[in-house]
Design a protein around this ligand. Structure first.
Ligand code: ZN
Length: 184
């Protein structure tokens, strides 16, 4: 586990470089994947991009565990189309928007600790990438998983949610709970 880089660090604003297949299979990258998985789980978060641990490479990890859903009502889960996603690694991802309808929900980022804002995201996306073995994979996702993918792949392009948010909704976690939780 390592510390998560916070906003203001230039590494979060750089375009990350792609990884070659031989690099993906190297011990170094395999160790980075384990480190990112453990760091994401410890946070806890549902996704982590390599720039968030200070590495400007195109590598993201995602995992949305059922236990993270306990604070949400069943209506909130349905509204968000949020369902568990098992641990997965995506390298050199290419994102295609499938349904561009904008869906607005609050989201946060482990690199902007303590805040949330309403961020419009496309409803469904397709991602073509390599997995941790360097094998091509395709992910078709809608709802919350599509949101996570868009958020994490933005990190690889030096983009943060604050670049896309509805800035008048930018809130601390406490104010989000007090003033926004039940609003859409
Ligand atoms: Zn983030």
């Amino acid at each position: 586990m390592v510390d998560i880089v916070q906003t203001g660090n230039p590494v979060l604003r750089k375009k990350a470089r792609q990884l070659a297949i031989e690099e993906i299979r190297s011990d170094i990258v395999q160790d980075i994947i384990v480190c990112m998985r453990d760091t994401m789980r410890k946070a806890p978060g549902v996704g982590l991009a390599a720039p968030q641990i200070g590495l400007s490479i195109q590598l993201i990890v995602i995992e949305d565990r059922e236990e993270y859903h306990e604070k949400l009502t069943s209506i909130e889960l349905i509204d968000r189309e949020r369902y568990p996603v098992s641990f997965n690694v995506l390298i050199n991802p290419q994102l295609t928007i499938i349904e561009c309808d904008e869906i607005n929900f609050f989201e946060g980022c482990l690199s902007i600790k303590g805040f949330q804002a309403m961020v419009p995201r496309a409803k469904s996306v397709r991602v073509q990438a390599l997995n941790e073995q360097g094998i091509p994979v395709e992910v078709n996702a809608s709802g919350w998983y599509a949101r996570i993918l868009q958020h994490e792949i933005d990190h690889l392009n030096g983009v943060l949610y604050i670049d896309r948010m509805n800035s008048t909704t930018f809130s601390t976690f406490e104010n989000h709970e007090e003033f926004w939780r039940n609003k859409k």
